[in-house]
Ligand binder design. Structure first.
Ligand SMILES: Cc1cc2nc3c(=O)[nH]c(=O)nc-3n(C[C@H](O)[C@H](O)[C@H](O)COP(=O)(O)OP(=O)(O)OC[C@H]3O[C@@H](n4cnc5c(N)ncnc54)[C@H](O)[C@@H]3O)c2cc1C
Length: 284
């Protein structure tokens, strides 16, 4: 399958990339690892007139600390995230989640920014970043802004990024004593989440004092399991509390059914994986 003809630009600065995007209004699209965009172009679901390849922009790569946060450049690959000693020490959940993406080829081409900007309903990092309370930085013709991941994922393959905006980095808060875990039932061929659940919980004085639980694979976009979060906070950190919270993890979610799994099956998987993820995150 061959994509429709397109122009190709390879800027070396974010400013130049934004200029090309703005000049081509809604006709241009950013390409990073190309692991979601190219298949869509080959199927002619996407037909951008111009591709703006951001792979040659050095300022978009890398992982560093900034105060008590970790900042990851948008074009950092999943393989780099998986192998990062800094992340292994400070936010091991990120390195683990990256190691669970697809296969080695996908991990060496796919980027963390591309994964969030694409808002694939079965992606891993969408749920993981929601649970971590991460935010992204976006730069466009009207300047720079910070977007909480709670506000980034709008719908199926749709984010709150403007067409001329580039997601430049992801900022992840320190865990500050919270525990974190991600559990995925992976599609055996692609590795995508049939369902995935990420949990970040804090236990103090024997009680859950904070909880962020996020689900991927089951709904049109990654989403928080707020009923389960509320069922944890203020309660004793034990198996009964976790079982009761996990039983509510699919409450209020509009579940998808498809050839891989029915909505009912996904609902059951959410409960099972939520229980495992919360238990691991709580260290029980
Ligand atoms: C066989 C296969 C298996 C996979 N398995 C998994 C899996 O198990 N788990 C998982 O989570 N993912 C999986 N993926 C997806 C992959 O991990 C990539 O992360 C994903 O394709 C998007 O990243 P990319 O850099 O390739 O983005 P691209 O394909 O280049 O872009 C995707 C979209 O995001 C936009 N975009 C990209 N970067 C930016 C940016 N910085 N700012 C603004 N917009 C941007 C593009 O315009 C495009 O619309 C798989 C992909 C394949 C092909």
């Amino acid at each position: 399958m061959i994509p429709a003809p397109f122009g190709y630009e390879r800027p070396t600065t974010v400013a130049d990339a934004i200029r090309v995007l703005a000049e081509n209004a809604d006709e241009a699209k950013v390409i990073a690892g190309g692991h979601s965009l190219l298949p869509m172009m080959k199927l002619r679901f996407a037909q951008p007139a111009v591709l703006v390849d951001i792979g040659n922009i050095d300022e978009l790569k890398g992982i560093e600390t900034s105060g008590d946060r970790i900042v990851i450049g948008a074009t950092t690959t999943h393989a780099t995230v998986a192998g990062s000693a800094l992340l292994a020490e400070r936010v091991p959940l990120l390195a683990y989640a990256a190691s669970q993406v697809g296969d080695p080829q996908v991990r060496h081409r796919g980027t963390i920014g591309g994964s969030l900007a694409h808002s694939d309903p079965a992606a891993d990092f969408t749920a993981v970043m929601l649970a971590l309370g991460a935010s992204v930085r976006a730069t466009g013709s009207s300047g720079e802004r910070e977007i909480s991941t709670d506000d980034l994922f709008v719908d199926l393959l749709t984010t709150s990024l403007e067409p001329d905006e580039i997601l430049t980095s992801i900022s992840v808060p320190a865990l500050n004593g919270a525990g974190a875990a991600y559990e995925k039932h992976a599609h055996p061929a692609s590795g995508y989440a049939v369902v995935g659940v990420a949990a970040v919980v804090k236990v103090e004085g024997g009680n859950f004092t904070s909880a962020r639980i996020a689900v991927t694979g089951a709904t049109s976009k990654a989403t928080r399991a707020t009923a389960a979060e509320q069922a944890l906070v203020g309660k004793p950190a034990n198996a009964d509390t976790i079982a009761a919270a996990a039983a509510q993890a699919a409450d209020g979610l509009e579940l998808n059914g498809d050839v891989y799994a029915s909505a009912e099956y996904r609902g059951q998987l959410i409960k099972v994986l939520a229980k495992r993820a919360i238990t691991r995150a709580a260290g029980l």
